[in-house]
Design a protein around this ligand. Structure first.
Ligand SMILES: CSCCC(=O)C(=O)COP(=O)(O)O
Ligand SMILES: [Zn+2]
Length: 205
């Protein structure tokens, strides 16, 4: 393993541990990746407990989601990661979690196709947002076990202005950033903002 890859994997393990302890990765759910170069990323192996990852729980895949070394199975949602890397060349890390707020609010907004977040100071944690007086639409797509279908459902959103995350209804959040620290900041901001919206609507976590 190169020094850079080992450092990325160490940082991913630190973030996944923190997210697991915060209750965002229940029951082996969630998956995490970082871009290695234009043609490969490192991603979690499918089905592992995301609160107890070691370097052996990561593997390389190409940008079509194919394992670089055959023999291990990457995340069932690998294609959603590689789609983001292909369509957003600036993305360097992709984080996917399954919190209660992400799960419940996405179900509630599935028919609308988006959740609008407005008026929150914390919107400024999203790259490019300079004021609380902004409206950010988080796309919501229906869940599916068919990953190419899920990729096709979210693909039109990538034609719009920059955005840093989307929801899969009843499932969870995908968030990314220009580096791993920014991806984590975006994920934390979405989680806070979705929890605020959930509380406003009278849901209880
Ligand atoms: C038990 S979680 C169901 C699958 C899922 O949504 C997920 O995020 C984890 O899948 P993976 O293959 O990446 O472990
Ligand atoms: Zn998932």
């Amino acid at each position: 393993m190169t020094d850079r890859k080992a450092q990325l994997v160490d940082e991913l393990i630190r973030h996944t541990g923190e997210l697991a302890r915060a209750g965002l990765t229940p029951a082996t759910s969630s998956n995490f990746s970082a871009r290695l170069d234009d043609s490969r990323c490192v991603i979690t192996v499918s089905g592992r407990d995301k609160g107890r990852l070691t370097p052996d729980d990561f593997m390389d895949v190409d940008m079509d989601g194919k394992p670089v070394e055959p023999g291990r199975v990457s995340s069932a949602e690998t294609l959603l990661h590689t789609q983001i890397y292909r369509l957003r060349p600036e993305a360097s890390a992709v984080l996917h979690t399954h919190s209660l707020a992400q799960t419940l609010l996405s179900m509630r907004h599935e028919r609308a196709g988006y959740i609008e977040l407005a008026g929150y100071e914390l919107l400024k944690a999203l790259h490019g947002i300079k004021t609380h007086d902004a409206r950010v639409r988080v796309p919501v797509v229906p869940n599916s076990q068919d990953m190419p279908a899920l990729c096709a459902a979210i693909e039109p959103a990538f034609a719009d202005e920059p955005f840093w995350g989307y929801l899969i209804a009843g499932h969870g959040l995908y968030a990314w950033g220009r580096d791993l620290a920014e991806a984590r900041r975006h994920l934390d901001a979405f989680e806070f903002l979705l929890t605020a919206e959930m509380t406003k609507l009278g849901f209880r976590a």
